[in-house]
Design a protein around this ligand. Structure first.
Ligand SMILES: NC(=O)C1=CN([C@@H]2O[C@H](COP(=O)(O)OP(=O)(O)OC[C@H]3O[C@@H](n4cnc5c(N)ncnc54)[C@H](O)[C@@H]3O)[C@@H](O)[C@H]2O)C=CC1
Ligand SMILES: O=C(O)C(=O)COP(=O)(O)O
Length: 468
């Protein structure tokens, strides 16, 4: 197995590469991100016919959190070195591992903070095999030329179905009745058990999940209202309300489907619980920080809230095992003692269908990015795509130049690549970072190295990759 050292150029290796390049029409230059070593990496290509720009067996992929087999298979089929772990890693373990890898695949637990990404000298791309990307410092990644991809809706249906199940389970106190039977008690009651037909569902965040849920809830006879920061088209006979206050006051069931951003932190707190109808229900399958848990506990104890379902928590563990027995969740015992409270371990998106669809979608995005530089679907870089390079022409190359979005860069870059025939080119920017992709011809082993070095020496450079 190649080590990180193997793909960094050494002087003797450069000479060998020159020899290799003279016999192979394809190769790849890929600069370390700007916080990395000043040395460039030169990686030969194994297959001249197709767009396989790296010696694919040198590409190291670390997959955490039990990424689905379908995704693992796609990455392994590329020839990449794929290391797979079932759980997440502690910060210190991650720092050790991430130093070496070019690609990392995570789900919602693994925090890729600036502290961790600083150590990721070889990293070019992050795949979030989930919807949420709040666990990644997206701006730091963009500023260092690290693309981030996710799967924007492959598990939306699974979450919506879970919530539908929870609405009925809460209305009928199913969790409690089931627990009682498990403990040997027959307790047949109808007091405060309801049909959901004719009740009002209040959806906070009417995006992929909220909208899907809206359709399902209406089909079961519920009325739907929703609150969102955007003005959105209501599906069916759903109705958008202007404020969160209005939603809290009108709905019988309230369900949260907003992302974790500063504005949604503690969004459902004491004030919101006070506004709820007495005997209403709360569901949170978005992020643990959205609901103030001590406030929920008080609202349930007082009878204001008749039932709740939580799938997400402010501190979630790296893997399966003990959860509430730690100092972080001081409210754990109080939660566990409450009646008609469904607690699930962040399983909203955990279905076979969702996980394999996510595996395929994200693995394909990673492969396209590594092999072709395509950023379609990236959540932190501009979306840039050129039609696939046909590798029939041996003197063609694709230049990817990620750079600071400052005036004058394109003139300088075009001066450099303009020495070649530019077949096609696309550039776009997002905030402080711009992404240029150009397919050029009249390339040979000498002038491509020169081109790479000239691009690398520009002060605007964040990362240069040359794929051919
Ligand atoms: N429990 C689980 O396993 C899963 C949880 N999730 C969580 O659910 C969240 C929502 O997922 P999607 O519906 O796919 O996202 P989405 O991005 O399609 O929709 C989110 C909606 O929330 C709205 N929004 C944002 N900030 C808001 C605010 N302050 N107030 C009101 N509305 C606001 C947005 O405008 C958007 O319409 C994800 O960000 C993720 O954190 C997603 C999948 C699985
Ligand atoms: O897709 C999301 O954002 C989720 O919350 C699901 O996360 P998971 O893949 O179960 O870690």
């Amino acid at each position: 197995m190649a080590t990180a050292q193997d793909i960094r150029p050494r002087k003797d290796e450069l000479a060998a590469q020159a020899q290799y390049l003279s016999t192979s029409p394809t190769a790849s230059f890929h600069s370390p991100s700007s916080h990395g070593s000043a040395l460039q990496r030169i990686i030969p290509v194994v297959n001249a016919k197709h767009l396989k720009p790296f010696a694919t067996e040198d590409i190291k992929v670390l997959l955490l959190e039990n990424v689905n087999q379908a995704g693992r298979d796609i990455l392994s089929a590329q020839g990449y070195q794929v290391e797979f772990l079932k759980s997440s890693l502690s910060e210190d373990q991650l720092i050790e591992k991430i130093r070496d890898v070019h690609v990392i695949g995570i789900r919602s637990k693994t925090k890729l903070s600036e502290r961790i990404l600083k150590e990721a000298k070889n990293l070019i791309v992050i795949g979030c095999f989930c919807i949420g990307t709040n666990q990644v410092d997206l701006q730091y990644a963009a500023n260092h030329g690290i693309a981030v991809f996710n799967s924007p809706f492959s598990n939306s249906r699974s979450v919506a179905e879970l919530v539908i199940g929870e609405i009925i389970a809460l209305a009928r106190q199913l969790g409690d009745r089931s627990n009682e039977m498990h403990n040997g008690t027959w307790n047949k009651v109808s007091n405060k058990c309801w049909e959901i037909r004719g009740k009002t569902l209040g959806i906070v965040g009417y995006g992929h999940i909220g909208a899907q849920l809206s359709v399902l809830a209406e089909s079961m006879g519920m009325s739907v209202i929703f609150y969102d920061v955007l003005n959105l088209m209501a599906l069916g006979t759903a109705r958008q309300v202007e404020t969160l206050d209005a939603l809290m006051a009108e709905a019988d069931f309230i369900t949260c489907h907003v992302p974790e951003v500063p504005e949604t932190k503690g969004m459902i707190g004491r004030k919101q619980f006070d506004q709820m109808k007495t005997g209403s229900y709360l569901i949170n399958a978005s992020r643990g920080t959205v609901v103030d848990i001590p406030a929920l506990i008080d609202a349930m104890r007082s009878g204001k809230v008749a039932g709740a379902a939580l799938d997400v928590y402010p501190n979630e563990p790296a893997g399966n095992g003990d959860y509430f027995n730690n100092d972080l969740n001081t409210w754990g015992a109080d939660l566990r003692a409450l009646k008609n409270l469904i607690l699930t371990p962040h399983i909203g998106g955990s279905t076979e269908e969702a996980q394999s669809a996510i595996g395929v979608e994200v693995a394909q995005a990673l492969t396209r990015y590594v092999n072709e530089g395509t950023t379609l679907g990236a959540v932190n870089l501009p979306e840039v795509n050129l039609r696939s390079l046909t590798m029939e022409e041996p003197d063609h190359a694709r230049v990817v130049y990620i750079h600071k979005n400052i005036p004058g860069v394109l003139r300088k870059v075009n001066e450099i690549i303009g020495d070649h025939n530019v077949d096609k080119q696309m550039t776009d920017s997002r905030g402080d970072v711009a992404y240029l992709m150009a397919d050029i011809s009249d390339v040979n082993t000498t002038n491509i190295k020169d081109l790479y070095e000239r691009l690398e020496s520009l002060p605007s450079r964040i990362m240069t990759r040359i794929l051919y």
